[in-house]
Design a protein around this ligand. Sequence first.
Ligand code: AKG
Length: 246
Amino acid sequence: MDLEHAASHYEEYGFVCLRNFLPQTMLDMVEPVVRTFHDRWVEDNHLFYKASAINSSGLTAETYLEKEERQKLFALIGSEEMSKLATTLLKRPIYMNSQLFFNPINPHQKNYWHRDGQYHLSLEEQKDALQGPDIIHVRIPLANEPGMELVPKSHKTWDSPLALDVRLEKNGHKKSDPLPEGQIVQLNRGDVLAFSANMLHRGLYGQERFALDILFCEPEMHSFLNDVHQPCAEIKATLECLAVFP
Ligand SMILES: O=C(O)CCC(=O)C(=O)O
């Protein structure tokens, strides 16, 4: 799919998957850095990791990585490929933060349907958010993985009664229950999946799941930005594109 079609697919369905979008050489550059981050993060968070963790965040902050290591992550975020994708999907995308998704230690741990906003917004605010500024996840699997399950068009439309019961665990439902409208997007290394944080989604655990997730927001969400995740001037000077940085 070319980027023009990607934009219209994203607008209509709330997500778009681009197969073989990133060169393996670029992934080879960032993977060792991401694995180093993960090892250091696990060491620091081993109780949480053992209990239930499925993700970490803040890879581009100084907490666990040195400048030379972070520079490689920014080389991906500030690459021509990523800038083109982000500026195709959002008018003025701003790099916000990064996350890493992995498998829970407990192989029986269930995943969960959600909209990102539900943890800090009321139901009315969540409805309003469907008309408001967007936040995009750009999922970059570093290994082949089961991928994500998404409810197409839910970035602009409210939940079915069943979906609402499921994600809120009401009326006897569990947030891991199947939703008939869910669409699975399996992902391989090299693919990229962009999806709206507003939409109903859940991660699928299994295989060697190890996926970077780069978040871009629109300028209206600037209050959510934190300088600690942004590149310093010295790193910026090395990047291909600066379009996605504030
Ligand atoms: O992959 C997952 O486990 C969940 C992903 C997710 O919810 C997100 O990126 O917002």
